[in-house]
Design a protein around this ligand. Structure first.
Ligand code: CMC
Length: 463
C-alpha cells in the first residue's frame, strides 16, 4: 500500500484490470491513497480492510479515519468457509452443498458433522460421531435440580440460556479451548445435551417428570421420546414428525454471520469456554427479530383470529401502527428465503397428517395478501423461514414459547462450527468495535446532590 502526497485524478488502471486497489482521495487534505482490495472469496465477494482507512489523517496526531457501519450492514467480520448465502438469488449452501439437497437427503447429525469438519463423513466417521453424541446425552443430576428452581411460567429460552451457561461450571476443563481434544468433547457434549436440556425444560413447564435419554433411538426420536413419553416402555415417534423435525433442524443448523452467531463469535473471541459462548448465542436468538420470530408469528396469527381480519391487519402494518408482519423480511434474502420454500412443502406434508386448521388458513391468506401488496413487494419482504415453522411446531403440540428452543437445538451445530473456525483463524482477535463518541466534551464535576448520605432500607420503608 502506498501513500502519495499529491492529489491525483483516479487512473483507469483498475478498470483496465491493471491493479487490485482502490484509489481514494481525501478531500480534507488532497492526499491520495491506494487501498488494497483483498483476494475475492470463492463466490467473488470483494472487500477492503477497514483498518487501511486509518492511514488517512488530517494531521499526524489524528487517530485516522474509521468506517461507520451500524448493524454491520456492509462489514465482513471474518472469512468463513462454512455457509454461503446469496440473498439476491435465494441461495443457501453449507460447505458448498445446496440446502435443498441436504434437506432432501441428509440427517441432522450428518449436517452437524459437515458444518464442523468441512466434508461429509465416511460411514465409519458417521458411526463414530453418532455414537459419541448418543453416549453423551445424559446431563448431571444437579442440572435437574437447577431447572426445578425455575417458576412454572419461566420462558423456556431463559431456562435454556441459563442451563447452558450453568453447564460451563460442570466442565471446567472446557476452558482449555486450544486443546483439540477438549474442544471436541465440548462440541460433542453440547450437541448431545442440548435436546436433553430442551426436553427437560418442556417437561418442567408442563409439570411432568423428566424422561431420561433412550440411546437406542436416533437424535430426533430420542428428543421426541424425552418430550412426550409417558408410561409406555418404549416411545414410538410419529415418523412424519420425526422426519419434519430432522429437516427443520437441518434448515436451522447454520446461517453464516447472523445475530446469534456473531454473538457466539464475539463472546468466544474473549477465549471463554464454549458453553458460555453458546449461552450468549441463545440469548441473542431469543429476541423477536431473530429466532424469537417463530413464536411471534403464532402470536400475531392468534391476534388476527380469523382470515377475514387479514386485510385490516395488513393495513395496520403498512400504517406503522400494527407492528411488523412477523415471519416476513430478512436482512440478507431479498428475493426469497430458500428455507421458507422447503418449510412450506413440509407444512403441507405435516398438515396432510394432522389436518388443516384456521391458523394455517390465516397464514396462507397473510402470505397471499402481502405478496400482492406493493408495500411488501417494493421493500422485498418475503416469508422467511419462521413464517411456517411455528405452525408445524404447533401441529406437533409444542407450546408457542417453546418454538425458539427448537431453533436453538439446531443452531448449536452452526454456532460450534463457527466458534471453532473463529478460534483457529489466525487473523481473529478479541472482538472490539470502535465508536464515534457523540457525548459531552470534557467538563468539571460539581455535585448536583444536596444530601449524599445513602438511605438505609429501614429509612426507605419508613418514608
Ligand atoms: N413487516 C413490515 N415492514 C417491514 C418488515 C416486516 N416484517 N420488515 C421490514 N419492514 C420494512 C421496514 O419498516 C422498512 O421500511 P421503511 O424503509 O419504510 O422504513 C423496510 O422494510 C426495511 O426494513 P429494515 O428494518 O431496514 O430491514 P432489516 O434488514 O434491518 O430487518 C428483519 C430485517 C428480519 C429484522 C425485518 O425484516 C423484521 O423485523 N422482520 C420481522 C421479524 C422476523 O420475521 N424475523 C426473522 C428473521 S429470519 C430468522 C432469523 O434470522 O432468525
Amino acid at each position: 500500500m502506498s501513500q502519495t502526497e499529491t492529489a491525483t485524478t483516479p487512473s483507469n488502471d483498475a478498470t483496465q484490470g491493471g491493479r487490485n486497489a482502490l484509489e481514494v482521495r481525501d478531500g480534507r487534505t488532497g492526499k491520495s491513497y491506494d487501498i488494497q482490495i483483498l483476494e475475492p472469496g470463492t463466490e467473488g465477494d470483494t472487500a477492503v480492510r477497514g483498518a487501511d482507512l486509518r492511514q488517512m489523517k488530517v494531521n499526524p496526531g489524528d487517530f485516522g479515519l474509521l468506517s461507520y457501519d451500524p448493524a454491520f450492514m456492509n462489514t465482513a467480520s471474518c472469512k468463513s468457509a462454512i455457509t454461503y448465502i446469496d440473498g439476491d438469488n435465494g441461495i443457501l449452501r453449507y460447505r458448498g452443498y445446496p440446502i435443498e439437497q441436504l434437506a432432501e437427503g441428509a440427517t441432522f447429525l450428518e449436517v452437524a458433522y459437515l458444518l464442523r469438519n468441512g466434508e461429509l463423513p465416511s460411514q465409519g466417521e458417521y458411526e463414530q460421531w453418532v455414537h459419541d453424541i448418543t453416549y453423551h446425552t445424559y446431563v448431571h443430576e444437579n442440572i435437574k435440580r437447577f431447572l426445578e428452581g425455575f417458576r412454572y411460567d419461566a420462558h423456556p429460552m431463559s431456562m435454556l440460556c441459563s442451563a447452558v451457561a450453568a453447564m460451563s461450571s460442570f466442565y471446567p476443563k472446557a476452558k482449555n479451548i486450544f486443546d483439540p481434544a477438549e474442544r471436541s468433547i465440548s462440541i460433542i457434549r453440547l450437541l448431545a445435551k442440548m435436546p436433553t436440556l430442551a426436553a427437560m425444560i418442556y417437561r418442567h413447564v408442563k409439570g411432568l417428570p423428566f424422561v431420561y435419554p433412550d440411546n437406542d433411538l436416533n437424535y430426533v426420536e430420542n428428543f421426541l421420546s424425552m418430550v412426550a413419553r409417558m408410561s409406555e416402555p418404549k416411545y414410538e415417534a410419529n415418523p412424519v414428525f420425526t422426519k419434519a423435525l430432522d429437516v427443520l433442524f437441518i434448515l436451522h443448523a447454520d446461517h453464516e454471520q447472523n445475530c446469534s452467531t456473531s454473538a457466539v463469535r464475539a463472546v468466544g473471541s474473549s477465549h471463554v469456554d464454549p458453553f458460555s459462548a453458546v449461552a450468549a448465542g441463545i440469548a441473542a436468538l431469543y429476541g423477536p427479530l431473530h429466532g424469537g420470530a417463530n413464536e411471534q408469528v403464532l402470536r400475531m396469527i392468534e391476534e388476527i383470529e380469523h382470515p377475514k381480519n387479514v386485510p385490516a391487519f395488513i393495513d395496520e402494518v403498512k400504517s406503522g401502527k400494527g407492528g411488523r408482519l412477523m415471519g416476513f423480511g430478512h436482512r440478507v434474502y431479498k428475493s426469497y428465503d430458500p428455507r421458507a420454500r422447503i418449510v412450506k412443502k413440509l407444512a403441507d406434508e405435516v398438515f396432510q397428517q394432522v389436518g388443516m386448521d384456521k391458523d394455517l388458513e390465516i397464514a396462507l391468506k397473510l402470505e397471499e395478501a402481502a405478496l400482492s401488496d406493493d408495500y411488501f413487494v417494493s421493500r422485498k419482504l418475503y416469508p422467511n423461514v419462521d413464517f411456517y415453522t411455528g405452525l408445524i411446531y404447533r401441529s406437533m403440540a409444542f407450546p408457542t414459547d417453546f418454538f425458539t428452543v427448537l431453533f436453538a437445538v439446531a443452531r448449536t451445530a452452526g454456532w460450534l462450527a463457527q466458534w471453532e473456525e473463529m478460534l483457529l483463524d489466525k487473523e481473529q482477535k478479541i472482538a472490539r468495535p470502535r465508536q464515534i463518541y457523540i457525548g459531552p466534551a470534557e467538563r468539571q464535576y460539581q455535585s448536583t446532590l444536596a444530601d449524599k448520605a445513602p438511605r438505609t432500607r429501614k429509612d426507605s420503608i419508613r418514608r
